[in-house]
Design a protein around this ligand. Structure first.
Ligand code: AMP
Length: 213
């Protein structure tokens, strides 16, 4: 049984790296943000409670976030373990997690703010079909046009310099104490998130003493 938490700033590759880990180790990838998005999309009662908060880019209350995580993990469909992405995001959530679950490691994907800025500000989205592009790694063939449907590529509303500076400040303010709390229990492995996807995954496995991909 392997139980992990993954922490990293936006654009650090959390989703990609946990997806690879989950696929190869046959563990379940639990993204708390995805669970909330599912509720919003499907108009559930919970969705109605969190819709506005999420749209404003704020954090949902600890009680709600904790109950979503508890409920998800209570399903016990994770025979070989799990990797939780997007939780904990506050001191209280961390304490809840430490009290409730025995975890094997916290993966901290470390990306300098400068690189977060470069990655996030380079993101583009097709206004017609929603396909994602990145002007650094994943450029469209024709500038400003979607390869799939020819739609116009636009910047996401919250991917602006100002919004990003606020999100980064918020991220460090909340994450540093979480890492410190986990670190006291010697759970944290910090991985440099700057190299390519495969190299980051390899380093992460080495540090967690897992079989290499
Ligand atoms: P994410 O995709 O992880 O960025 O999450 C999207 C949104 O879901 C966040 O902006 C929050 O509104 C909410 N959310 C996700 N995880 C948490 C959490 N652990 N605590 C509170 N709110 C959360």
């Amino acid at each position: 049984m392997r139980k992990y938490v993954i922490i990293g700033a936006i654009g650090s590759g959390k989703g990609t790296q946990s997806g690879l880990l989950a696929r190869d180790l046959d563990i379940v990838h639990i993204s708390v943000g995805d669970i909330f998005r599912w509720h919003v999309k499907n108009h559930t009662k919970l969705g109605a409670q969190v819709r506005r908060i999420m749209a404003a880019g704020d954090l949902v209350g600890d009680d709600l976030a904790e109950s979503v995580v508890r409920e998800r993990l209570d399903q016990h469909d994770w025979n070989y373990g799990f990797v939780v992405d997007g939780f904990p995001r506050s001191r209280r959530q961390t304490e809840f997690f430490l009290e409730s679950y025995d975890i094997d490691g916290v993966i901290h994907l470390d990306l300098p703010d400068e690189e977060v800025r470069r990655r996030v500000l380079g993101r583009r989205l097709c206004s017609r079909c929603g396909m994602d592009y990145n002007l650094i790694a994943d450029r469209p063939t024709e500038e400003g046009r979607c390869d799939v449907c020819g739609g116009e590529l636009v910047t996401r509303e919250d991917d602006t310099e100002d919004a990003l500076a606020g999100r980064l400040r918020d991220y460090h303010g909340k994450t540093d104490p979480i890492l410190e709390l986990f670190g006291r229990k010697e759970y944290v492995v910090t991985v440099d998130a700057r190299p390519g996807i495969d190299e980051v995954q390899r380093t992460l496995r080495e540090k967690l003493r897992l079989p290499l991909p």
